[in-house]
Write a protein that binds this ligand. Structure first.
Ligand code: PGA
Length: 249
């Protein structure tokens, strides 16, 4: 049984005061962890207060990115070792904004996936899709490479813990989400890809989320799809009221 998983991605928004106020407002309003697991992905400046908050809450913490080395002369980077030491549960990797603005490739994502697993955290691997590719005949082919390349060399024991996000970039922040059937088709293809790379057992453990203009109106239908185990919400995760409506869908 895969527990539904909902992740809010704050991106580079909110001040520390706004972030703390958000957490105050969701206190005691989160669903039971057996029913729905919830996490907030935040930038490094909020992670200390987020992890402290999570100690007394069912909320899980996530970083939005990290480097693939544990320590050293890498000015400006965030160490997976330090994130783990701080108590972070998840690390989001390969978000389309990282790929677009910071030239992250599947090879780099693969190194980060291994670093995150080595440090006992769980990677949330985001797979991008561009509008151009979506318009080609075999628009679903895009998914096989990112999934296979990001998991290159990852053992099946580790692979079954990971979370994968189907995040078509044309749906991110645009207010135009993928249709329910497109989402199910893509998530099913991701699961089949994992079954081919590993086996059915691993594929049945991996949680696959959809991200791209998720809101309190479309979440319910998305969550009903067989291969959709949860959602990633960006814009809708910035307001406590909207986030609460999504997680209590
Ligand atoms: P959005 O962002 O909900 O604002 O579309 C989703 C994401 O980037 O994860």
């Amino acid at each position: 049984m895969r527990t539904p998983f909902i992740v809010g991605n704050w991106k580079m928004n909110l001040t520390l005061e706004e972030a703390n106020d958000f957490l105050d407002q969701i206190t005691n309003k989160l669903p039971d962890t057996n029913k729905v697991e919830c996490a907030i992905a935040a930038s490094p400046i909020f992670l200390e207060s987020l992890t402290k908050y999570c100690k007394n809450s069912p909320l899980k913490s996530a970083a939005e990115n990290c480097f693939y080395k544990d320590k050293g002369a890498y000015t400006g980077e965030v160490s997976p070792y330090s994130l783990s030491d701080m108590g972070i549960n998840y690390v989001m990797l390969g978000h389309s904004e990282r790929r677009k603005y910071f030239n992250e490739t599947n090879k780099i994502v693969n190194k980060k996936v291994k670093a995150v697993l080595k440090n006992n955290m769980i990677p949330i691997i985001c797979c991008d899709e561009t509008m151009t590719k979506q318009k080609t005949d075999n628009h679903m082919d895009w998914v096989v490479n990112p999934v296979a390349e990001s998991l290159n060399g990852v053992s099946s024991k580790n692979a079954q813990k990971i979370v994968i996000g189907y995040e078509p970039s044309w749906a991110i922040g645009t207010g135009k989400s993928a249709s329910v059937s497109e989402t199910q088709e893509a998530c099913c293809l991701i699961r089949k890809t994992i079954a081919e790379l590993y086996d059915e057992e691993v594929a049945n453990q991996v949680r696959i989320l959809y991200g791209g203009s998720v809101n309190d109106k479309n979440v319910k239908e998305l969550m009903k799809q067989k291969d959709v185990d949860g959602v990633l919400a960006g814009t809708a995760s910035l307001k406590p009221k909207e986030f609460l409506e999504i997680i209590n869908y």
